[in-house]
Design a protein. Structure first.
Length: 277
């Protein structure tokens, strides 16, 4: 009887020990799930320059082959205007070049503060449409001289865009060239034979004439469809934070977050931030 009594005590101790251990394991597992859930609730991570280039270089090359705009120029402009694809317009509207609605736009749109508090911007179904619309935006008489350049002449294009009024920032050509050379974007440019250039120039000429003919006389001016680029860009350096940048440029942290579509304050080395427009 005494042996039976002691046996029952040992048995009860074993059950209690196992129950306690299961509770510990369950608690640990629950904690792990909680941590994962918390991590997944964090906003989308910012896109680094190299990742953006890898994602969109093929589209830029396709546009270059069709119209002659250097892929390096297209990518550099997209990087600058969308802040590596992190801007609100790029993320939410697939608009990588800040093109406004204009009188000829019949698609979806979104309002955002720019020149005015409620400026209308185009919304695209995908980034490819944005890259194509940017090409078609340049197919206007004011930019026609650029298409006579070689399609691997990124320096000529950078200077020509500023001269044609694409940007107000006097350093815009330098910004593009520095961007191209930093990321070696000229590796995506392609030379063309004299015969290929003549054929391509004829295609572009016809496109420009057609665009002029199809544009209603009362439509908005080019500047109202695409404001001359006047943004200030900053490349994030080691140890910099949104707070230190806000003090450096005398702007609010929230303004920087809003311009770049940031949902948290995490920054990456080399990340491009739009500071002001």
């Amino acid at each position: 009887m005494k042996k039976f009594f002691y046996g029952m005590i040992v048995f009860m101790m074993l059950i209690t020990s196992c129950s306690s251990r299961r509770g510990t394991l369950s608690s640990s597992k629950s904690g792990s799930n909680s941590k994962t859930s918390s991590s997944s609730s964090v906003g989308r991570p910012t896109i680094a320059g190299n990742d953006y280039i890898a994602q969109y270089k093929d589209i830029a090359i396709a546009e270059m082959n069709k119209y002659g705009i250097p892929a390096s120029i297209k990518l550099a402009q997209a990087l600058l205007e969308s802040g590596n694809g992190n801007s609100y317009l790029a993320r939410e509207a697939n608009n990588h070049f800040g093109i406004k609605c204009g009188g000829v736009w019949k698609g979806k749109s979104v309002t955002r503060p720019d020149d005015n508090i409620n400026d209308c911007f185009r919304v695209y179904d995908n980034p490819q449409q944005s890259f194509r619309d940017h090409s078609e935006f340049l197919l206007r008489p004011r930019y026609s001289a650029l298409f006579k350049l070689d399609k691997d002449d990124y320096k000529g294009w950078a200077k020509g865009l500023k001269a044609a009024g694409y940007a107000t920032n006097p350093r815009y050509p330098d910004l593009l060239i520095e961007m191209i050379e930093r990321y070696h974007l000229d590796q995506y440019d392609r030379r063309e034979t004299p015969k290929e250039k003549v054929v391509r120039e004829e295609v572009v000429k016809e496109e420009i004439v057609q665009n002029v003919q199809e544009t209603p006389p009362a439509t908005v001016k080019t500047e109202e469809i695409k404001s001359p680029l006047a943004m200030r860009i900053h490349e994030v350096k080691a140890q910099e934070t949104l707070y230190s940048l806000s003090k450096l440029y005398n702007v609010s942290v929230e303004q920087i977050k809003s311009l770049n579509g940031l949902t948290d304050e995490a920054l990456s080395l080399g990340q491009l931030l739009v500071i002001s427009k």
